[in-house]
Design a protein around this ligand. Structure first.
Ligand code: BT5
Length: 260
């Protein structure tokens, strides 16, 4: 399942956003859109510049993990942003929500978010978010937001993710237009990011999509493992875990598994 529907021309013609994607770099093949975006930051790229690829030879996830996607199967995107320091922790929430809302708008599917930032359909990962930022002297020099979204990928053909991943095409049993999903995604992102910049509480919307809450979970955070009840999140999207002794632990980063 593949669809050749992205190109610089189609993107420039179709995007309806004001500043997200106004500057656009489209590459048929690259190592990682994150690397290209980093270079663009070095060259003074303005807020909202996007880097989009049809294929990555070294797509990455968090903590040195890989992001797999056959050519032309997915949305592989980096967005360059210049948020304030206090807005930085909310970028992942904005991205996760934008992905979930865009999928729902275009396909009618109802994705949920697994803390901190996996987007799931039917319990399987359809999209992931990565943030790489540079902070100096209490100011954000740049934040690069990476989004990988499986549009027409067939997970059963990929041993690394067969069984844990899904795609929009797989869920709907038909090919989906990457251009249409991308247009919706950038539109949702621009709206939510602008709301964040106007001080609106993104975490409330985000927590409504968070399937992790209200569950007994195990959280692996660095070398530490915590168990407890996922009670709520705070304004920054940190997970508030009710421990067996009744205390609350604030978890900033980690991997969650549900305990049955
Ligand atoms: C993420 O990391 O989920 C963030 C992924 C961000 C990818 C985008 S693509 C555009 C931009 N350029 C890049 O180089 N990266 C960003 P993490 O939470 O660490 O999840 C990684 C894990 O997800 C892997 O170890 C696999 O288990 C799984 N995985 C890899 N590829 C996948 C896929 N296509 N669909 C679902 N799961 C996948």
């Amino acid at each position: 399942m593949k669809q050749k529907d992205l190109s610089s021309t189609s993107l420039r013609r179709e995007l309806r956003t004001k500043f997200i994607g106004k500057n656009l770099l489209y590459l048929p093949v690259t190592s990682s859109t994150m690397d290209v975006a980093k270079q663009a930051v070095g060259n003074g790229a303005e807020e909202g510049t996007i880097v989009l690829a049809d294929h990555q030879t070294a797509g990455r996830g968090r903590l040195g993990r890989r992001w797999w996607a056959p050519p032309e199967s997915s949305i592989l995107l980096s967005i360059i942003l210049h948020p304030k320091l206090e807005e930085l922790p909310s970028l992942g929430m904005v991205a996760g929500l934008a992905v979930a809302q865009a999928i729902e708008k275009v396909t009618g599917l109802k994705p949920v978010i697994k803390w901190p930032n996996d987007i799931l359909i039917g319990g399987k990962k359809v999209s992931g978010v990565l943030i790489e930022s540079e902070v100096a002297n209490e100011a954000v020099r740049s934040a690069i937001l990476g989004i990988g979204l499986n549009v027409n990928l067939d997970p059963s053909s990929m041993p690394e993710i067969a069984g844990t991943a899904t795609s929009l095409g797989e869920a709907l049993k038909q090919e989906v237009s990457r251009l249409e999903v991308l247009r919706a995604l950038l539109g949702e992102f621009e709206e939510l990011y602008s709301a964040l910049r106007h001080g609106e509480p993104i975490h409330r919307l985000w927590s409504c999509r968070l399937e992790t809450l209200g569950q007994q979970v195990t959280v692996k955070s660095g070398d530490e493992v915590h168990q407890g009840y996922a009670e709520s999140i705070d304004e920054q999207g940190n997970l508030l875990l009710r421990c067996p002794d009744g205390s609350i632990k604030t978890i900033v980063a980690g991997e969650v598994t549900l305990r049955t």
